[in-house]
Write a protein that binds this ligand. Structure first.
Ligand SMILES: C[S@@+](CC[C@H](N)C(=O)[O-])C[C@H]1O[C@@H](n2cnc3c(N)ncnc32)[C@H](O)[C@@H]1O
Length: 186
């Protein structure tokens, strides 16, 4: 056996511990400890689910949760985790094949930037339509020209990317009211 860091090639987030420490209060800690209130029977969709690792983890974390995924890659779905077979749908984020408010929560991690801007906008509208705003989206971004240059060296698939204000403008244009975060190469 050997010690192998399987996540070594993934981008690392540099934590601003001082900022976190300054922002901590009893209220902030109490809010954080609610852990998002996932309950059995709630319906969650992961857009860009790949092989369904997050769908599986959510079901393990909260038994009884109705978790589903959608991905554009047939290869990913054909090689999905056994436990989620039948829960993953083939489709594209900008046209989600589900009725309005079909889910209590919609997640999409590191996927929406793979669409061109117009389709990213449609995807955000779709996520809002299905979730009513109880949603979380994480996308590629950068805060400085240096981070942008690093990102451009690293990126393979993203068709739309921007500084946070550009993304926030897109969220607003789409009427997206969920939460969001950035994946930043550092
Ligand atoms: C970087 S992977 C992220 C997978 C997973 N969400 C995660 O965080 O590990 C991006 C995923 O988005 C999927 N994807 C790319 N374009 C898509 C689209 N238009 N609609 C749905 N999924 C898409 C890819 O097939 C891939 O599984």
């Amino acid at each position: 056996m050997a010690e192998i860091d399987l996540l070594a090639s993934l981008p690392k987030t540099k934590r601003n511990i001082q900022k976190r420490s300054e922002g901590k209060s009893l209220e902030v800690v109490a809010e954080a400890r609610k852990f998002g209130q996932m309950k059995p029977g709630m319906r969650v969709l992961d857009v860009g689910c790949g092989k369904g690792f997050l769908v599986k983890d959510l079901m393990l974390e909260c038994p009884g949760l109705e978790a589903f995924g959608l991905d554009i890659s047939l290869y990913a779905l054909l090689h999905c985790e056994r436990e989620v077979a039948g829960r993953l749908h083939l489709g594209s984020a900008e046209k989600l094949p589900f009725p309005d408010r079909a889910f209590d929560c919609v997640l999409s991690i590191n996927t929406i930037h793979n669409l061109p801007r117009r389709k990213a906008l449609e995807a955000l509208r779709e996520i809002q339509r299905l979730s009513g705003g109880c949603a979380y989206v994480q996308v590629d971004s950068y805060r400085t020209p240096e981070q942008k240059a690093l990102f451009e060296d690293w990126v393979l698939t993203a068709l739309y990317h921007d500084y946070p204000p550009g993304w926030i403008k897109l969220f607003g244009d789409a009427g997206y009211t969920g939460d969001y975060c950035w994946t930043i190469v550092e």
